[in-house]
Design a protein around this ligand. Structure first.
Ligand code: 4AD
Ligand code: MG
Length: 435
């Protein structure tokens, strides 16, 4: 029976076969300890000279890092290991040799590891992060399916740039300029008017010239859009959704969280305690009040937050924090103007604590055809490109709201990793297009 060792508990005392790679090895004259990985978990295989053929013991003793093997053995409990089980090997065949594997157990610099990302993914830490990423994706589909959303796919090649024209990847589309999508939102809005509640999930692109630990040039975004939903209700859904994915990771990925040494009491707190909701005005007042005791830069009403500001505000409350109603001048053209104030829009960013920054950007949408048309002009966009979008507010417009969660930001936050580059299997950044 060929198994993977994550199912070990069902096979204690039984003989199984496992396809694996050797990550490390230690041997004496009588016994060889193989550190193995089978794609699911990392575990130990033991080869006892007295119990196997001379050939098998000789092969085991000489295995090099990342050699692939097919091993047969008996599963047994091993309370000292993280997994709790090991394999007593009775037979072993080499499938693929591996000589001079570049990533050795010694420390390597980040650039070196990034250059070898195709191999680095095999390490237990990267493996754990990808398990968490996968869990968040799985839980996302589960949550939105339960809530009655359908997934619609938005195009990658577009003629629009709703999040501003400075961070665009332009490409030639049969002699006409096209852009890699910055957001699926406008298409999600069309979807919401057709199906009520929808979400898009796909790669989005920003030609970010900034080299920070929070920015990628290609990232995946989950963008729900909801007809008949106003902003407060949207915030409730955002909060339930973020709690849902954190809880799913806590419930189903304790192994990965353990590998990453994530502080799970903090994650549990984010599930149990309500998120904080403050206005932009209040956040600015708080930052100004506390500025003498902290080393972030002075901030004025009207400025956008830098990451030290976001870090301060969310850490001050100790839970994910919605900052609501930003000045209209620093937000996108499609946001709904405030009912009673001319200077702010009905929107919110969700800021994660522990320095992870903005994980969600969202708003209620402007549905007034005339006002929107004026915005398109004001923002220097063209009716040729946005006419279709304006149709949505021309034919039976309804109040609606939506938001976008950056997957890699959420992965970094929930995993507790230092830098967003490890949250993507093959990250794209200012200076990285390979591998
Ligand atoms: O705040 P943003 O720009 O909002 C939108 O794109 C809206 N159209 C979403 C919507 O309402 N449907 O981006 C949303 C989220 C951010 O909060 C952040 O998590 C992530 O996308 N994000 C990035 N993640 C990694 N690298 C970047 N360069 C990112 N830019 C935004
Ligand atoms: Mg934003």
């Amino acid at each position: 029976m060929r198994i993977t060792m994550n199912h070990a508990k069902d096979y204690v005392g039984k003989t199984v076969q496992i396809g694996a790679w050797v990550t490390n090895k230690r041997s004496s004259g009588k016994i060889a300890f193989l550190q193995l990985r089978d794609g699911k978990v990392y575990f130990q295989g033991i080869v006892v000279k007295a119990d196997v053929s001379a050939d098998v013991f000789e092969t085991a003793k000489n295995l090099s890092q990342e050699t692939s093997v097919l091993v047969t053995g008996t599963v047994q409990e091993d309370t000292r290991s993280k997994l709790g089980y090991e394999l007593l090997i009775t037979d072993l065949t080499v499938l693929g040799e591996s000589q001079g594997y570049p990533i050795t157990p010694k420390e390597h610099g980040t650039d070196f590891l990034m250059d070898h990302r195709h191999l680095w993914l095999r390490s237990s830490r990267q493996h754990a992060i990808m398990l968490i990423r996968n869990e968040i994706i799985r839980a996302t589909y589960e949550f939105f399916n339960k809530e009655g959303f359908i997934k619609i796919d938005s195009p990658i090649l577009t003629g629009s740039s709703p999040e501003g024209t400075t961070e665009l990847f332009e490409t030639d589309y049969f002699g006409q300029p096209a852009f890699l999508s910055q957001t699926g939102q406008l298409y999600a809005e069309a979807g919401a008017m057709a199906f009520g509640k929808v979400f898009t999930f796909g790669p989005t692109f920003r030609a970010e010239k900034s080299k920070t630990r929070r920015h990628l040039t290609e990232f995946w975004m989950i963008e729900p859009e909801m007809a008949f939903v106003q902003h407060d209700e949207s915030l409730d859904i955002q909060e339930s959704y973020v709690k849902y994915i954190i809880k799913a990771v806590l419930d189903n990925q304790s192994y990965a969280l353990n590998v990453l040494e994530r502080d799970t009491t903090l994650l549990q707190k984010y599930v149990d305690e309500p998120f904080k909701r403050v206005t932009y005005d209040d956040a600015i007042a708080l930052l100004q009040e506390k500025e003498s005791e902290n080393d972030y830069e002075h901030i004025e009403w009207g400025d956008d937050f830098g990451s030290p500001h976001e870090t301060f505000v969310s850490n001050y409350y100790g839970v994910p924090t919605f900052i609501m109603n930003y000045p209209k001048a620093i937000k996108a053209f499609y946001m709904k103007p405030h009912e009673t104030r001319d200077d702010v829009v009905v929107c919110a960013d969700l800021i994660a604590p522990e320095g992870y920054g903005e994980i969600i950007g969202g708003s209620e949408r402007n549905v007034d055809y005339t006002a929107l048309k004026q915005k398109v002009e004001e923002f220097g966009l063209s009716m040729e490109d946005y006419g279709w979008y304006l149709d949505l507010s021309k034919y039976g417009s309804v109040p609606h709201s939506g938001f976008g969660l950056g997957l890699e930001r959420a992965v970094a936050f929930i995993s507790g990793i230092e830098h967003i580059r490890e949250a993507s299997p093959f990250p794209r950044m200012l200076t990285r297009l390979k591998p």
